[in-house]
Design a protein around this ligand. Structure first.
Ligand code: RP5
Length: 163
């Protein structure tokens, strides 16, 4: 395993679905578990320790509401932890965003934006971290950026009158 993905609840799955596709596209080995910082704290800590032993180099933690999952994972590992706040409940994700991003100094979490964009960016950031030591991933990331740039240009052309 290279990337370990934790969801605070099954209901968070949609937020990371596209991100999982990105990890697959880049050929990154990942495993995913549902575990909660609040509802299953002991399981969360055990899973972090097991994932480290099995080679996880980066953790992604997806959670909503008082989203402490990424912070708790970060407290139990020195591997990089990427947090994805989920839009749920009455506060539209601001609760989860602030819970994820406002870590006290000493225990960093790389906090993404809320929702599906955050889920996709978490996967891309995980690939970027892995790519520091893997030229093949760096090449794939460059191609991914070139493809996006081409899509922007194509969209621009499509919207031009008389095109
Ligand atoms: C958080 O509470 C989870 O990460 C989820 O985003 C939210 C709601 O969980 P469920 O009630 O849907 O299980 O802990």
């Amino acid at each position: 395993m290279e990337v370990c993905v934790f969801l605070g609840s099954e209901s968070d799955y949609d937020v990371i679905k596209d991100g999982l596709d990105i990890l697959k596209e880049f050929g990154v080995l990942f495993e995913m578990e549902v575990t909660s910082a609040h509802r299953s704290p002991a399981r969360t800590v055990r899973l972090v320790e097991e994932a480290e032993k099995r080679g996880a180099e980066v953790f992604i933690a997806v959670a909503g509401r008082a989203a402490h999952l990424a912070g708790v994972v970060a407290a139990h590992t020195i591997r990089p932890v990427i947090g994805v706040p989920v839009e749920s409940g009455g506060l539209g994700g601001l609760d989860a965003l602030l819970s994820t991003v406002q870590m006290p100094k000493g225990i960093p979490v790389a906090a993404m934006g809320t929702g599906k964009h955050g889920g996709s960016n978490a996967a891309l950031l995980a690939v970027q971290i892995l790519s520091v030591k893997r030229p093949k991933l760096r090449d794939l990331l460059k191609k991914h950026r070139e493809k996006m740039a081409a899509q922007v240009e194509a969209a621009s052309l499509k919207l031009k009158p008389n095109a």
